[in-house]
Design a protein around this ligand. Structure first.
Ligand SMILES: Nc1ncnc2c1ncn2[C@@H]1O[C@H](COP(=O)(O)OP(=O)(O)OP(=O)(O)O)[C@@H](O)[C@H]1O
Ligand SMILES: [Mg+2]
Length: 227
């Protein structure tokens, strides 16, 4: 068995809402395996984005432990956390989150520039080719369709070959055909690039491409379906 890329052990999360505790996740145990798409499903407010933020080291559990690449996120300093997020994790969001004044190619290149990786431009071009958008390299984001923007966002998330890809409602803002293209790319992130992909989704079509489906209900794992 390969090692899990991300492990959640007895993870609970309680937000503080002006002194009022808001418990959101309760005693979650979950492993994200390489070369696997894991879908996180459940109704609005059940805690999907909260769990994604913990699994991507953007936030920390109130109790329990999140281990990424074997290291507990709560034990890492700011510098190590920044390096972990930049080198090991790729993020894809519902509203793409591209920078509007940078070209498509510059958006994809940016994570590598921040991480001071050499040959950033070549790697960015290669990823753009991979998502089928090399001819849009010098376009600005506003000149692209929603589906194209999300493919650029996937190229950006993958440009540093992350071990883990975290996608929050990646098809939530797309028509069916664009959504299918994006799902096929996320599946390829797992099958061809070996990433552990964690995707929160309301869409049955999106959940259907996953090898593992985790059903969250009121902040607890209600069921796990595995293929
Ligand atoms: N920073 C925060 N402070 C306080 N409460 C929060 C915070 N973030 C989320 N919550 C609350 O935690 C609960 C879970 O939110 P979360 O965003 O994880 O749900 P979700 O499953 O992603 O929902 P959706 O499907 O609508 O995106 C909600 O009740 C929300 O109001
Ligand atoms: Mg959410």
């Amino acid at each position: 068995m390969p090692a899990p890329r991300v492990e959640l052990r007895a993870v609970s999360k309680t937000y503080d809402n002006g002194g009022q505790p808001v418990p959101v996740l309760h005693c979650i145990d979950l492993e994200l395996m390489p070369a696997t798409v894991t879908a996180l499903v459940g109704r609005s407010g059940c805690g999907k984005t909260t769990l994604l933020n913990l699994a991507g080291a953007m936030d920390f559990p109130s109790s329990g432990e999140v281990r990424i690449d074997g290291r507990s996120t709560s034990a890492l300093g700011e510098r190590e956390l920044t390096a972990l997020r930049r080198n090991y994790i790729g993020f894809v969001f519902q509203f793409f989150q591209l920078l509007p004044t940078l070209s498509v190619l510059e958006n994809v290149e940016l994570p590598l520039l921040l991480a001071r990786v050499p040959k950033a431009r070549d790697a960015a071009r290669e990823r753009l080719r991979w998502v089928g958008l090399e001819e849009k390299a010098s376009s600005l984001p506003y000149q692209l369709s929603g589906g194209q923007l999300q493919r650029v966002a996937i190229a950006r998330a993958l440009v540093h070959s992350p071990g883990v890809v975290i996608a929050d409602e990646p098809t939530g803002n797309l028509d069916t055909a664009s959504g299918e293209q994006v799902l096929a790319l996320l599946k390829e992130c797992a099958t061809r690039l070996g990433a552990a992909v964690l995707m929160a989704t309301h869409s049955a079509e999106a959940a259907a491409i996953a090898g593992v489906r985790v059903h969250l209900r009121d902040g607890r794992v209600a069921a796990i379906e595995q293929e």
